[in-house]
Design a binder for this molecule. Sequence first.
Ligand code: COA
Length: 175
Amino acid sequence: MYNSTRIRLIEPTDAAPIAAHRVRDFEAFRSWEPAQPADFFTPEGQAERIDKLLAGYQAGTVWPGAVVADGQVIGQITVGGILPQPHLRRGSVGYWISSVAQNQGHAGQALGLVLQVMTDELGLHRAEASTNLANLPSQRVLRRNGFTPYGVAHSSIFLNGSWQDGLLWERILSD
Ligand SMILES: CC(C)(COP(=O)(O)OP(=O)(O)OC[C@H]1O[C@@H](n2cnc3c(N)ncnc32)[C@H](O)[C@@H]1OP(=O)(O)O)[C@@H](O)C(=O)NCCC(=O)NCCS
């Protein structure tokens, strides 16, 4: 059982625990996360991905977070597609929590924390997200953090062997 939740920028040393979680959760995540190449499930492959995420952070397009509880990495939360221009100021949130730590409120807390980062650190005005229509846990996490659904993107993501619709979510962060 994990207790407190915090988020921080992802680090190269997160590669091994992330790879271990994603190997364990391969089947559990099949319906919700896109298929990945074999190297996604190795520490080396994750290290390369973390390097790219941190390059995106340096470029201002991504805020790549690790979700940590009791000193252990239990998931990721990422703000992607950041558009910082004054007339846009938006970003899109994605996350996963390891099956060993689910249903303890971690995703909900992590999302609340990343919304603070988006507002205070990134100066964004609008947060977006997308879920599968059947992903009720993720929809609960979004609703609990003030997101509302605003539409359906038809046939927008190839998941578990077929093109599927995405439910689109929004939350206005500030004026
Ligand atoms: C979605 C996910 C991030 C949620 O993480 P989590 O830490 O378990 O989330 P929380 O504990 O904060 O909240 C889970 C909520 O789902 C609810 N829930 C759990 N199973 C459910 C089910 N079968 N049907 C409906 N609601 C369910 C819980 O009751 C809770 O809602 P509540 O706060 O109103 O009680 C996690 O399940 C996950 O990583 N899944 C696989 C990857 C994924 O789906 N990523 C998101 C893609 S959009």
